[in-house]
Design a protein around this ligand. Structure first.
Ligand code: SAM
Ligand code: SF4
Length: 443
């Protein structure tokens, strides 16, 4: 009887959280998790196909086991590559027996039964679902911070993006079920909640209450025991001022907003079908800049989208100066199957994309050094996430999502003080680097 499994997860927080739910489901079905694929009877890869490089990773992994038809193990490909490639995966990697996209995870127990009885080609590829994948058995990786999916899929059609094809149409959970999960988490000692979705701003409660995102955010922030609430990802088109008003009204709602811009050029934004102009994006930034607490703003940028001229790229650079992000994720445009950008001309060379990426990263690094150094001397509340034995520092995170490594006058090592993890302490910032702060605890 096949009863041990190994799972490796690629990609975004949505995938990480999906894996927590898949693991919970497998444990409930009598499987036990092991640390390496070699030890496992069932080997699962929860995949990402947002860029070509991410997609290649899973085929590379599968290749390693192709010999001897996977040595008697059962292989499953889950997530976005599964949804995108479908049954073609069985041709590319004949030792794979399960191919399932995230919209089919509710059927995982039935798919496991099929695998256990020896079926060689089990699929879960329908996108035709009104369900979101929820399970009371979610096996969470972190004992203090928990993800809650509030919306799945995406109804936008950004010209470069596979997500609408791999995660299906938008489905929101009822506010009641989100709040029930959040209350349960609080009762188990979780203090930090992250609301997840490809576009949390278009959340629309399917129950008669009909709540929109800002209302839900406020309600989660008011639950007893919850000290921090974050949310990701926001789409500028659906980002309304009510969200900033909610953050203003309750310090439990973290003063951090990730608002992907993709480009600083309105012409490129139009080609990308992002549904906003640079000016409209900047209006949202202005709301954040006039909030009562300083809101840390982060973003995603794509360089080398088809037709991006040097002048379009310069627009992105000036946007960085104008907004002064606290951090950015930047990517070279990668052609993806099914997407409308494939039909566009003027594809930029790989060398030029690499150059633009480097210029962007260098500019952003200087901005981060400047912004982080402005925090030296201030006191920040840090949630303690771990201890770095090599440096002797505790690892903390601020409400603005900055990493703050610090020493503690009384608690100098992990062995005696594991209990500090999950606590919230005030830390005086004494040094700043481009990607993190350092300091000393003052309580
Ligand atoms: N739903 C979010 C949004 O609308 O901003 C993000 C979705 S995606 C998982 C995360 C980021 O990957 C995007 O913001 C974008 O910058 C990047 N990305 C998506 N497709 C890409 C592509 N084809 N090439 C390069 N980067 C891409
Ligand atoms: Fe992709 Fe655009 Fe949907 Fe984000 S909003 S997931 S970038 S299609």
């Amino acid at each position: 009887m096949m009863k041990t499994f190994y799972i490796e997860t690629f990609g975004c927080q949505m995938n990480a959280h999906d894996s927590e739910k898949v693991i919970g489901t497998l444990l409930t079905e009598g499987y036990s998790q092991v640390e390496t694929p070699e030890q496992a009877e069932l080997v699962l890869y929860n995949t990402c196909s947002i860029r070509d490089k991410a997609e290649q990773k899973v085929f590379h992994r599968l290749q390693q086991f192709k010999k001897d038809h996977g040595k008697g193990k059962v292989f499953g490909v889950l997530g976005c590559v599964a949804q995108q490639e479908g049954e073609k995966i069985f041709e590319k990697a004949p030792h794979v027996s399960l191919v399932a996209g995230s919209a089919s995870y509710t059927k995982l127990p039935q798919m496991l039964v099929q695998l256990e009885r020896g079926d060689r080609r089990v699929t879960g590829l329908s996108l035709d679902t009104a369900d979101t994948f929820e399970t009371p058995f979610t096996r969470r990786d972190n004992p203090h911070r928990a993800y809650i999916t509030i919306i799945e899929g995406c109804d936008k059609a950004c010209a470069y993006c596979v997500v609408p094809f791999t995660r299906g149409p938008e489905r929101s959970r009822t506010s009641e079920s989100v709040l029930r999960e959040a209350r349960e988490l609080a009762s188990k000692g979780y203090t930090d909640i992250q609301l997840l979705g490809q576009n949390v701003n278009s959340y629309h409660d399917p129950s008669p209450a009909g709540w929109r995102f800002a209302r839900l955010l406020r309600a989660v922030g008011e639950l007893d025991g919850i000290k921090r609430v974050r949310f990701t990802t926001s789409h500028p088109r659906d980002f309304v001022k009510d969200i900033i008003d909610a953050i203003d009204d309750n310090p439990v709602l973290c003063n951090h907003v990730h608002l992907p811009v993709q480009s600083g050029s309105s012409a490129i934004l139009e080609r990308m079908q992002r549904l906003y102009t640079r000016d409209e994006y900047m209006r949202r930034i202005d709301w954040m800049k006039s909030a009562r607490r300083t809101i840390s703003i982060t973003t995603d940028v794509i360089v080398g989208f088809p037709g991006e001229t040097e002048s379009d790229f310069q627009d992105t650079l000036t946007l960085l100066d104008q907004v002064e992000y606290d951090s950015i994720f930047c990517f070279k445009y990668s052609k993806r199957p099914n997407t409308s950008a494939l039909a566009l001309e003027d594809h930029i060379s790989e060398e030029e994309k690499t150059r633009r990426l480097a210029v962007l990263q260098e500019k952003q690094r200087a901005i981060q050094i400047r912004r982080n150094s402005e925090l030296v001397g201030t006191v920040e509340e840090a949630m303690i996430e771990g201890f770095n034995r090599a440096t002797g520092q505790w690892i903390g995170r601020t409400s603005q999502n900055r990493t703050l490594n610090f020493t503690h006058p009384l608690y100098g090592s992990l062995e005696e003080n594991v209990s500090l993890i999950g606590k919230y302490l005030d830390v005086r910032v004494t040094r700043a680097g481009p990607n993190s702060l350092a300091g000393e605890a003052i309580n």
